[in-house]
Design a protein around this ligand. Structure first.
Ligand code: RP5
Length: 167
């Protein structure tokens, strides 16, 4: 197993299933990662201890997923100078608006760029991490170029199918 470059932190194991697309996207791009359940509220000391080790391990980007009163990404960002991307979880009863605002509305000085709530959020967090890492990796940059080309080709095929149905 290669040294992890991305750390995916989640506030609870109840977040894990909704992060599978994030794991899958990182795997597809060949980016080594690790994932941990660590909570800003329930395990504050363990979280801070982990962040102390993460730099030494070579973690370059943190992806932090939490729902409700989601302070995980902000707390992580306050303990590291590495990029931290927030992933608000779409939990009931408020559907993720609570987590979105808690994650994105950071005070000036501690940035937490945040992806959208729900479906595309975890995938986009993985792709955002990939773009950061690609700044120092021509190999990963080439994979992202290929990924985007593949996506455009899929859309062109879908459009051709729609045109065929309408003709
Ligand atoms: C947050 O509280 C977690 O990220 C999770 O989304 C939410 C609920 O956690 P559980 O009660 O399911 O463990 O900290």
């Amino acid at each position: 197993m290669s040294t992890p470059l991305v750390s995916i932190l989640m506030g609870s194991d109840s977040d894990a299933n909704r992060l599978m697309t994030c794991f899958g996207q990182l795997e597809e791009l060949g980016i080594p990662f690790e994932a941990r359940v660590l909570s800003a509220h329930r395990t504050p000391a363990a979280l801070v201890a982990y962040l102390g080790e993460a730099d030494a391990k070579g973690i370059q980007v943190f992806l932090c997923a939490a729902g409700g009163a989601a302070h995980l990404a902000g707390v992580v960002a306050s303990h590291t100078l590495k990029p931290v991307i927030g992933i608000p979880m779409d939990n009931p009863p408020l559907g993720g608006l609570d987590a979105l605002l808690a994650t994105v509305q950071m005070p000036a000085g501690i940035p937490v760029p945040t992806v959208g709530v729900g479906g595309g959020g975890p995938v986009n967090a993985a792709l955002a991490a990939a773009r950061i890492l690609a700044l120092g990796s021509p190999e990963l940059d080439a994979k992202l170029v290929k990924f985007r080309k593949g996506m455009a080709e899929k859309v062109a095929i879908k459009d051709a199918k729609l045109q065929a149905r309408l003709s």
